[in-house]
Design a protein around this ligand. Structure first.
Ligand code: DI6
Ligand code: FE
Length: 404
C-alpha cells in the first residue's frame, strides 16, 4: 500500500506565504503546512487538523507560533571571485575617483587578475566563506554570475565553482554567464573583437556544456555599448539561454528596452531607467531587480524610478549584487532594510523582492518564491512578532531555522 504519510508537517505557525491575494504577506495565522517528496501538499488552519499530526507525518515541527516564510532567493550575485578590493575602498575614502582606480588597472581588472591566478580550489574556498554567511539568513536559491575570468578557461573555472557550491551546500544554483562584464586587458581598444570571442567561442561552449542558464551583459559607457549588447543577446537567444542585463546603472543607454524586447527575464540596477523603458518591461513581463547595496556603497544620488515601476505593475526583486567593487555584502536582510529606508519600498514589497519576485527574476515562479501547494518546501522560521521586522531590523539576524 502506497505510503500516504506526509514527510514533514509544520504546526502552530504564522505563515507569510507571499501568495497573491487580499491578505498582506499572504498571511495565514495559527496554521499548518505539510510536504511530501520536497513539495508542499497541504496548507491550512490549525482548526482544520482533524487528525493526530504524528500519525499523519514522518516529521512534525511545532513552531510555537513562530513566523514562516518561503526560502530566500538572492537573484543577482557575483559571489565567486578571488582577492579583495578593501585597499580601493581606502583610496576612494581619500578622494581617489573610481574611474582613476580603474585607469590604474584597479577595479574589475584587479579582481579579474586575482580570479585568473587562483586555482579552482582556491576560488572555491574563498567563495564559500561568503556563501556560508548568506545561508545564515535563510537562503535557498542563489544566482551566481561569472564575469571575473574574461577568457574561456577562467569563465568556465568560475562556473564550475558555482556548480560545486550548489553540491556542497545542497543549494539551488542559477548560473549566469557574464563574460561581457568588462573588456579584458588583452583586448584593450578591441572591444568588438572581444564581443566576437564571447559570441563565437564562449557562449556556444558554455551552452553546450550546460554551465549556465542565462547570459548577462554590463551595458554601460565603461563596459559594452547597445550594438555589442544586442549581438550578445542574439547569440544567447540562438542558444536558448535566458537573458539578463545590468541596465541603466550609471547612465541611460536604453538597454532595458532592448533587453525587454529580447524577452529578458530581468533587468538589474535601473537607477537611470526611463518611463519608456518601464513600459517595455510591463509589455514583456520582465522583472526589475534593484540593488540597494551598490547604490549605497557608491553613494549614488539618482534613485531608481520606484513609483513608476509600481504604477506600471513591474515586479520588483531585491538582491545583494555581492561583489568586491560596488556591493561587498552578503546580507539580503540588510538589502531589505535599504530597499525600504533608501528606496521607500514597503516591508511587504521588500519581502516579495527576495521571495516571489526574485523567483520571477530567475524564471522559477512555477516552483519557488511562495508557500503554496505544488511549490518546493523551502521554508524558513524566524524569531519575529511580525513579517515587517525582517525589513525593520538591520544588522540583526532573526533567522531561527532553515528547512530545505
Ligand atoms: N556593476 C557593478 O556595480 C559591478 N559590476 C557591474 O556590472 C561592479 C563589479 C566590480 O566593481 O567588481
Ligand atoms: Fe552586478
Amino acid at each position: 500500500m502506497e505510503n500516504t504519510k506526509w514527510d514533514k508537517l509544520w504546526i502552530n505557525a504564522n505563515i507569510a506565504s507571499m501568495a497573491d491575494g487580499k491578505l498582506a504577506y499572504g498571511l495565514r495565522k495559527n496554521s499548518a503546512i505539510a510536504s511530501k517528496n520536497g513539495l508542499i501538499v497541504w496548507i491550512g488552519r490549525m482548526d482544520e487538523l482533524d487528525f493526530n499530526p504524528a500519525e499523519k507525518s514522518e516529521q512534525v515541527f511545532d513552531m510555537g507560533r513562530k513566523y514562516l516564510t518561503p526560502g530566500f532567493i538572492d537573484c543577482h550575485t557575483h559571489v565567486v571571485y578571488a582577492g579583495s578590493r578593501a585597499h580601493e575602498f581606502e583610496m576612494r575614502l581619500k578622494g581617489v575617483k573610481y574611474e582613476d582606480i580603474a585607469q590604474r588597472g584597479g577595479g574589475i581588472q584587479s579582481t579579474v587578475q586575482a580570479t585568473r591566478q587562483a586555482s579552482e580550489d582556491e576560488l572555491f574556498e574563498q567563495s564559500i566563506v561568503r556563501v556560508q554567511s548568506m545561508m545564515q539568513e535563510g537562503l535557498s536559491v542563489l544566482e551566481i554570475k561569472s564575469g571575473y575570468g574574461l577568457n574561456i578557461e577562467s569563465e568556465i573555472k568560475m562556473l564550475r565553482v558555482a556548480k560545486r557550491i550548489g553540491q556542497k551546500f545542497n543549494l539551488h544554483i542559477c548560473s549566469t554567464f557574464l563574460g561581457a562584464h568588462t573588456v579584458p586587458k588583452e583586448y584593450t581598444g578591441r572591444s568588438n573583437d572581444y564581443v566576437e570571442y564571447v559570441c563565437r567561442e564562449m557562449i556556444p561552449f558554455i551552452a553546450e556544456e550546460k554551465l549556465a542558464h542565462a547570459v548577462d551583459v554590463f551595458c554601460e559607457k565603461i563596459a559594452f555599448n547597445l550594438d555589442q549588447t544586442e549581438k550578445i543577446f542574439q547569440t544567447a537567444k540562438n542558444y536558448n539561454l535566458l537573458i539578463k542585463c545590468h541596465s541603466e546603472q550609471l547612465s541611460n543607454s536604453n538597454s532595458a528596452e532592448l533587453a525587454a524586447e529580447y524577452g529578458a527575464i530581468s533587468v538589474d540596477h535601473l537607477e537611470y531607467l526611463s518611463e519608456t523603458g518601464i513600459k517595455s518591461l510591463t509589455k514583456n513581463g520582465t522583472t526589475a531587480v534593484l540593488l540597494p547595496g551598490a547604490f549605497y556603497f557608491l553613494r549614488e544620488t539618482k534613485f531608481p524610478p520606484i513609483e513608476l515601476l509600481k504604477s506600471h505593475n513591474v515586479p520588483i526583486a531585491i538582491a545583494t549584487d555581492c561583489n568586491p567593487g560596488t556591493s561587498p555584502t552578503t546580507s539580503l536582510l540588510l538589502m531589505m532594510n535599504m530597499a525600504c529606508t533608501l528606496f521607500r519600498l514597503t516591508p511587504e514589497e521588500a519581502l516579495a523582492g527576495v521571495t516571489k519576485n526574485a523567483a520571477k527574476a530567475l524564471g522559477l515562479s512555477k516552483t519557488h518564491g511562495t508557500l503554496e501547494v505544488g511549490k518546493v518546501d523551502h521554508i524558513v522560521s524566524w524569531d519575529i512578532d511580525h513579517p515587517a521586522e525582517l525589513s525593520y531590523l538591520f544588522g540583526q539576524n532573526p533567522c531561527h531555522k532553515i528547512y530545505r
